[in-house]
Design a protein around this ligand. Structure first.
Ligand code: DC
Length: 233
């Protein structure tokens, strides 16, 4: 896994949290590229556990088996030309983890304490040398409470569903209103789970991307990071 060599004196950690479809991963990837930081998509890690468990025939409702499974598999994140590559026991599963089946079950898997413990340990290790842009739901509030910059990125449910709908570009028979319902349901599950729910950290800067472009949001975060970096020196 990539790490920085000088102990991170010239870098900070950036946490980007928010609900599904707010644009976190595209924004986080752009910010990381501009700053030459490492981008870590923690949702992809929960998706990788979900994909692996489903493939092994484990029920998404079986917390015990899910915990044991998460502890037994090797998940590696690698920077790739199109963003982050996800490897499961060495095999590339980057595309597989975006399937609808995985999307439908991932909130349930992400609510399992042992799954979270395992992945949070990995996430903290990845960030220990600084220079990381990490996106997720609990990064600023739990995984990296000392991150120098915390952003909570949000957008209306309607706007998030519309973005997803355009992304699918007719590849799926799902309607816009079905997508809205699915997104609202995923928000509810992420916000209401007992362990590390989606919350806005008190020291996070809230950005509403409903009427902003990805570039505008990313520029905003890059500027904020430069201010924070100057403050941290
Ligand atoms: O960002 P995403 O849609 O790929 O995330 C997939 C799921 O993982 C989503 O239901 C929320 C969950 N998740 C989480 O609980 N904690 C994180 N740090 C990241 C994602």
């Amino acid at each position: 896994m990539v790490s920085h060599l000088d102990g991170g004196r010239d870098r900070i950690n950036i946490a980007i949290d928010g609900p599904a479809g707010a644009g976190k991963s595209t924004v986080a990837r752009n910010v990381a590229e501009t700053l030459h930081y490492i981008y870590i998509d923690t949702g992809a890690m929960y998706r990788a556990v979900t994909y692996s468990a489903l493939r092994s025939g484990i029920s998404p409702g079986d917390s015990e088996q899910l915990g044991t499974h998460a502890e037994s598999i090797d998940i590696t994140l690698k920077p790739g030309p199109m963003g982050q590559i996800v490897l499961l026991n060495g095999a590339d599963i980057t595309r597989d983890i975006r399937s609808r089946e995985v999307t439908m079950h991932v909130s349930q898997v992400a609510a399992v304490e042992r799954v979270r413990l395992r992945l949070v340990t990995m996430q903290r290790l990845l960030a220990q040398s600084k220079g990381v842009v990490m996106d997720g739901r609990d990064i600023g509030s739990h995984v990296l409470p000392d991150a120098e910059l915390k952003v909570f990125l949000t957008a209306s449910v309607q706007e998030r569903a519309l973005r997803r709908f355009k992304e699918l570009d007719g590849q799926d028979s799902i309607t816009l209103s079905q997508l809205e319902l699915e997104i609202a349901e995923r928000d509810r599950k992420d916000q209401e789970r007992d362990i590390s729910p989606l919350v806005c950290a008190p020291d996070a800067i809230v950005l509403d991307s409903t009427s902003m472009t990805i570039d505008e949001v990313a520029d905003n975060i890059v500027n904020l990071s430069r201010t924070k970096l100057a403050e941290a020196k």
